[in-house]
Structure formats: structure tokens, C-alpha cells
Write a protein that binds this ligand. Structure first.
Ligand SMILES: [Zn+2]
Length: 415
């Protein structure tokens, strides 16, 4: 394919992807019901339901504006060959091809992040604040930004350097070594995330001795879950939305509970939420998920290895000769349809896993407190209870609440 045809193909993919997402958003908005549906009577109080509909509208409108803006910007940058211009401008300052590539990505990251800041501010301090979710201050916002930049420089820069070195050193064969490096890096992060990264942003304190801790430990012991420690994280520093997760590998697993979750749920509901998470481990969802992402990464890197030294791709983006970093950008855009498809596949697997984890929690603990915990979580986060099926199929990693509640009904013991 000539470089001009490639440019048209890339712009075409950007536009098709944009209109596809817009169509789904539109369908999702259309399927919102302004009147409280009968089956939600015992979930949402009417005024909260009306609020959830306003929240959905506000978020959809915001996402419509941001994606329209970023898509227009991307198409203009492509059409005017600005990626190529940046590459040529930087080549005057860097003689080493690796530093040239790193500088290119550094500038791209910084410029796109700065452009994004007004949108982030509006989302957090206007939309989220209006609906009572935002608990963060401007000070925390900027401190987070700074720490985020530092992490990008250290981790992103470090990993980027190694990957670029592999590309320059091993040419087309680089993808096998890159796969090993990326897999090792993500394993390392999944083990040490709670220990190294999370404390940079939040305060973690061990859960105090007491009834809740005893109940969690008793459950973990009963189902033989290797629980190492339970932490409480100050999620309330940023948002009133609640969460809980596990981290760690092998025999040392840590539970992290958001303080916002503890505040709103009873002990039984908290144990039920944890039982659901234990279900993910017991049913090997975590291990299978990791295996899937390694396979996915292998395919992506292999396809990349076929395109990374194609001169026409660089020229499509406005350069006069081959450039590895321009080809990486072109590849990222060309690959969107494939990553969309794999994303849909992974969401399908994830939704099936959620049902399995719900079933595990229902049989080893109790479906009733898990149902009430999920209802509370949905109301508190004003989540949309009537998403469009097509939107769910593409974007939802969890089944809609109503499906999960019905599924758990099957495990209820007859009174
Ligand atoms: Zn889950």
C-alpha cells in the first residue's frame, strides 16, 4: 500500500471507531427510562433514580464533547502530517535514535496530557462535584498529577527504553524478548503494586482488631483462602465511590478495603463482597486472565514486528524516511479494530466470570447480603440500571445489576 493510501486507511479507522462508539452511546442514552421501572422499586428510591438519570445524561454529554474534540484533533494532526513534523524537528536535537524516540513519546505524552487537564478538572470539580461524588481538593489533584508524571518518567521511561533497545538490537525478532520483558514487568507490578505504588497516592492502614476482622478471617479460614493481611485505604480522600480488591500472589494475599465501603456496608455485606473476590481466585479467573493477556500481548507484538520497519507507515504520518516511533503511533491507530474485538471477547469472559464469582459467594457464604451490598453500591454510584444490550455487549466487564440479582436468586435457600 502506498503511504497516501495508508494515511486514508488510518484516518478511516479513527473515524469508524469514533462513529461506532457514538452509536453505542446514543443507543444507551435512548434506553434510559425517565420513570422508575417496576423491578427497581426496592433498589432505587424514586428521587435517587431521577438523579441517576441526570448523572447518566451529564456523563454522556461530557464524553460526547471530549471524544468529538480528541477525534477532530487526531484527524487534523494526521491530515497535516504533524507527527512527521515533530519527528523532523526533534531529529535536529537528538543524534541517538533511541533518545530521539524517547523524546518523541515524551513530547506526545506531555502535550496530550496538558490538553487533557481542563477536561479532567471539569469532570472532577464540576460533574462529579455536582452529584456529590468528588471529595478531592485542587491540592490533591495537582499532587497526583506530579506523582503521575514522576511514575511515567521512571517506569514508562525505563520500560520504553528497554523495549526500544530490543527493537533496535533484535530487529524483527524483538517481539519475543519484548513479550518476556512486558510479562515480567506486569507480574512484578501485580505483586508489588499495593506495596510500592498505592502508598504514593493513598494511606493504607491495617484493619483494626474487632468483629469485622474476625468475621473476614473466619470466612477466609473456612474456605482455605491464604489471607495475609487486611488493609483499609483512604479512598474518601478523592471520591465517595467505594471499592475493594485483592492483591499479591501465591500464599500471601492482601485485601484492600476502601474506607467508603466499610462506612456504608454491614459486616455481613462486606464479607459477602470479599467472598465474591475470593471466588475469582478459587475459580482461577486471575490466573486465566493473566494467561489471556500474555497471549493477547504476543499477538499484538507479533503483528507489530511485521509493520515496525515498514517505511511507508512513517511516510503516511508525514516523515521522509523510516522512523520506529512514528511506526509505533501508526500501528497503535491501525490496530484499533483488532483491539476492539479482543476487548469485546475479554469483556464476555469477564461477565461470565462475574456470574461464577457471585455463585461462589452465594454457595460458600450467602446470596442475600451480596445482593443488598450490590444494590447499595449501584445506588451510591448512581449506576445506570437500564443500559442498552449492545452497549453492555461491547463495554461492560460486569453484567448489569438486575441480571446478577436474578442469577443469585437461584441460590437462595427456601424459607
Ligand atoms: Zn468480580
Amino acid at each position: 500500500m502506498s503511504s497516501v493510501q495508508l494515511l486514508y486507511l488510518i484516518i478511516g479507522i479513527v473515524l469508524v471507531d469514533y462513529f461506532f462508539d457514538q452509536l453505542l452511546d446514543f443507543l444507551n442514552m435512548k434506553s434510559a427510562k425517565s420513570k422508575l421501572p417496576e423491578e427497581f422499586k426496592d433498589i432505587y428510591p424514586p428521587e435517587e433514580y431521577a438523579k441517576s438519570q441526570r448523572y447518566l445524561k451529564a456523563r454522556s454529554k461530557f464524553s460526547f464533547l471530549t471524544t468529538a474534540f480528541s477525534t477532530t484533533l487526531t484527524v487534523l494532526i494526521l491530515a497535516f502530517g504533524l507527527f512527521g513534523d515533530l519527528h523532523i524537528w526533534l531529529s535536529a536535537h537528538f543524534t541517538s535514535p533511541m533518545l530521539h524516540s524517547l523524546a518523541f513519546f515524551g513530547v506526545l505524552f506531555l502535550v496530550s496530557d496538558i490538553i487533557n487537564i481542563p477536561f479532567e478538572l471539569y469532570s472532577t470539580f464540576v460533574i462529579e462535584a455536582k452529584f456529590g461524588f468528588n471529595k478531592t481538593s485542587l491540592k490533591t489533584f495537582w499532587a497526583d498529577k506530579l506523582k503521575g508524571y514522576l511514575l511515567v518518567v521512571i517506569l514508562g521511561g525505563g520500560l520504553g527504553y528497554v523495549l526500544l533497545w530490543l527493537i533496535f538490537e533484535w530487529q524483527e525478532q524483538f517481539w519475543i524478548y519484548a513479550l518476556i520483558v512486558i510479562t515480567a514487568f506486569s507480574l512484578f507490578m501485580s505483586v508489588f503494586y499495593t506495596l510500592l505504588i498505592l502508598p504514593l497516592f493513598n494511606k493504607l492502614t491495617p484493619l483494626v482488631e474487632g468483629e469485622l476482622k474476625d468475621k473476614i478471617n473466619a470466612y477466609a479460614e473456612r474456605v482455605k483462602f491464604p489471607l495475609d493481611n487486611i488493609f483499609v485505604i483512604d479512598g474518601s480522600k478523592r471520591s465517595s465511590k467505594a471499592n475493594a480488591f485483592f492483591s499479591g500472589m501465591g500464599k500471601k494475599k492482601k485485601i484492600v478495603l476502601y474506607d467508603t465501603l466499610i462506612e456504608k456496608q454491614s459486616d455481613e455485606e462486606l464479607v459477602a463482597v470479599l467472598a465474591h473476590e475470593v471466588g475469582h481466585f478459587k475459580k482461577k479467573h486471575v490466573m486465566v486472565g493473566m494467561a489471556i493477556s500474555v497471549v493477547q500481548m504476543a499477538i499484538t507484538l507479533y503483528v507489530l514486528s511485521l509493520l515496525i520497519f515498514n517505511e511507508n507507515l512513517s511516510m503516511a504520518l508525514g516523515a521522509e524516511d523510516l522512523s520506529v516511533h512514528l511506526n509505533l503511533v501508526a500501528f497503535a491507530l491501525l490496530y484499533t479494530p483488532i483491539s476492539k474485538l479482543t476487548g469485546i471477547l475479554i469483556n464476555m469472559i469477564s461477565r461470565k466470570n462475574e456470574f461464577e464469582a457471585d455463585a461462589y459467594a452465594s454457595t460458600t457464604y450467602n446470596p442475600v447480603p451480596l445482593q443488598s451490598a450490590l444494590k447499595k453500591l449501584s445506588v451510591d454510584s448512581l449506576s445506570n440500571l437500564t443500559p442498552h444490550p449492545a452497549y453492555v455487549f461491547v463495554n461492560y466487564s460486569h453484567p448489569p445489576l438486575l441480571e446478577r440479582l436474578k442469577h443469585m436468586d437461584k441460590f437462595k435457600k427456601p424459607e
